[in-house]
Design a protein around this ligand. Structure first.
Ligand SMILES: *[C@@H]1O[C@H](CO)[C@@H](O)[C@H](O)[C@H]1NC(C)=O
Ligand SMILES: *[C@@H]1O[C@H](CO)[C@@H](O)[C@H](O)[C@H]1NC(C)=O
Ligand SMILES: *[C@@H]1O[C@H](CO)[C@@H](O)[C@H](O)[C@H]1NC(C)=O
Length: 502
């Protein structure tokens, strides 16, 4: 009996070693370790109508690559955008407090000091900069001081240029859709052959379009070259100031008041029939650089005007078109207002106010925007609805509903006549608010670019064990296992034979 045990023990040890080895190689490392700690980043999107805060999160041991940064939480500040606090000392800074307090709670304390904090201001501050540059600088400085008083790593508070805003939106969209790089099954980063997607953004004071192009961009202000993951992308990017939702509606109102003449009651073809609202000529209409050209020579800023809806699709459309100029193009081709635009290319994602308008069209009519004629059909229905029909169908506030006919016509003219979408390209627009769990906007792209988290260079191998050696080691352990099993079998057989002979 004794010699058999002496023979078996080393083989059993070998067997256990082989099994443990195989398990170590095959089982994912993460299950054996504690989950990796997270890093965080904060971006404040200081828009014209309000400020939003986005907190992003990524594993501390990884920074590069798409799909790694995800949205942790968001916050929407009450009241107006920081530019609305012009002339109100301390107002802009105070408006951010609520969200910043939330950030302090949302991010683990141990990570506060490592969390980069950015604030980007857009068209609202661009407009204030036109009206009073000293005041816009004062607001920005005040906001910066506020941000520095929190325990985070303050990086920047700046006014983004229009083209940059468009480009950051494009980076966000394509990062979230993993169009730059993809983590392949063999543990390698791959440059996918996928086409990138264009970005359509509609804010309160401006609208942006950005897409990859191979055509010559005739105005150098519209071109941006981005090097991402070893690939160079040439972008066409354009921002139209005063073509955001609020400023466009203001221009439309100013145009109607000017053409009808300043009087106590003005009719509005885009408001629902008999809908009636009172406005002040100064603060609601003419107190903006966007409506300056419509200003009558003499008017009382405090005068109230009653605006009464007529719910007239064609008349509304005709007036909306007057906000665009399709003449005077000094390039080979233009979108509108003399702005160069190459031919549209590929698919597009439309977000922010594009998405909200699209959602209203959908909830009020159930008509999908699959062609220009379907879009027209839907808008005609909407412009013919009374305000009570609208609230019944959508359960939304009158405040928003009164503008749906005007906004739908606006995006119809902007997309079709302006940018040149047609029967074949209109269906290539997907209207979205979120992608991959994150809000679509410029904020994520801004943080990724400024923190170099989308590096210019191609990525190398990032798994601890690359595919080749990993398969080799696994093969070695399996061989060991088979040898041990075979040897064990041999020992048992030979002892059986011996026992049989006894
Ligand atoms: C990300 O990429 C940049 C540029 O290639 C590199 O400098 C940086 O170390 C990388 N970061 C990580 C965590 O791999
Ligand atoms: C611009 O803002 C400053 C305060 O920052 C104020 O003193 C000045 O009067 C303003 N200028 C105009 C033209 O409104
Ligand atoms: C609009 O409302 C005001 C007061 O709310 C009223 O005096 C006026 O007659 C209304 N006009 C129309 C056309 O309904």
């Amino acid at each position: 009996m004794a010699p058999r045990y002496c023979q078996t023990i080393p083989v059993v040890v070998l067997l256990i070693l082989a099994i443990v080895g195989i398990l170590l190689v095959v089982l994912p490392a993460r299950e054996m370790e504690t989950p990796p700690e997270n890093m965080y980043g904060i971006v404040l999107d200081a828009g014209s109508s309000h400020t939003s805060m986005y907190i992003y999160r990524w594993p501390a041991d990884k920074q590069n690559g798409t799909g790694i940064v995800t949205q942790h939480s968001e916050c929407h500040a009450k009241d107006g955008g920081i530019s609305s606090y012009a002339g109100v000392r301390g107002g802009a800074a105070e408006s951010l407090e609520g969200c910043l307090e939330q950030a302090v709670k949302d991010i683990p304390k141990s990570r506060h000091h490592q969390t980069p904090l950015y604030l980007g201001a857009t068209a609202g501050m661009r407009l204030l900069n036109i009206v009073n540059a000293t005041e816009s600088q004062r607001v920005l400085k005040e906001v910066k001081h506020k941000l520095q008083s929190y325990p985070f790593k303050f990086k920047e508070a700046a006014i983004l240029s229009g083209p940059a805003e468009g480009a950051y939106g494009w980076v966000t969209v394509n990062y979230l859709l993993e169009n730059f790089v993809k983590y392949g099954f063999v543990g390698r980063w791959l440059n996918p052959v996928k086409e990138t997607i264009g970005a359509l953004d509609l804010g309160g004071a401006s609208t942006q379009i950005a897409f990859e192009t191979s055509e010559k961009v005739e105005n150098k202000d519209n071109v941006m070259e981005l090097k991402l993951y070893g690939q160079t992308y040439t972008l066409y990017t354009q921002s139209f100031l005063c073509f955001g939702q609020d400023q466009f509606l203001r221009k439309l109102l100013a145009h109607l008041i000017t053409t009808e003449g300043v009087k106590p009651q003005v009719s509005h073809p885009c408001y629902p029939l008999q809908f009636n609202v009172s406005i002040k000529l100064g603060e609601d209409v003419f107190d903006s650089p966007c409506t300056q050209s419509y200003r009558p020579p003499q008017f009382n800023r405090q005068m109230s005007v009653s605006v009464v809806g007529t719910g007239d699709y064609q008349n509304c459309l005709d007036n909306v078109k007057k906000m665009f100029s399709f003449e005077n193009c000094s390039y080979s081709k233009c979108s509108f207002d003399g702005v160069f635009q190459p031919n549209l290319r590929g698919n597009f994602m439309a977000f922010s106010a594009f998405f909200y308008t699209y959602r209203y069209i959908n909830s009020l009519t159930n008509i999908p925007i699959t062609s220009p004629s379907r879009l027209k059909e839907a808008i005609q229905l909407i412009c013919n609805m009374t305000i009570s029909e609208m609230s019944e169908k959508s359960m939304e506030k009158e405040k928003y509903l009164k503008n749906v006919c005007a906004m739908s016509n606006f995006i119809q003219v902007l997309l079709l006549q302006g940018y040149g979408f047609d029967k074949s390209s209109l269906p290539s627009i997907s209207f979205q608010k979120k992608a991959g769990g994150a809000s679509v906007g410029w904020a994520l792209g801004y943080m990724l670019r400024l923190s170099s988290m989308v590096p210019a260079e191609r990525l190398g191998l990032t798994k601890a064990l690359p595919a080749g050696p990993w398969v080799g080691i696994l093969f070695l352990f399996i061989t060991l296992l088979l040898i041990a099993l075979g040897y064990l079998l041999m020992i048992f057989r030979s002892t059986r034979i011996k026992e049989g002979m006894v």
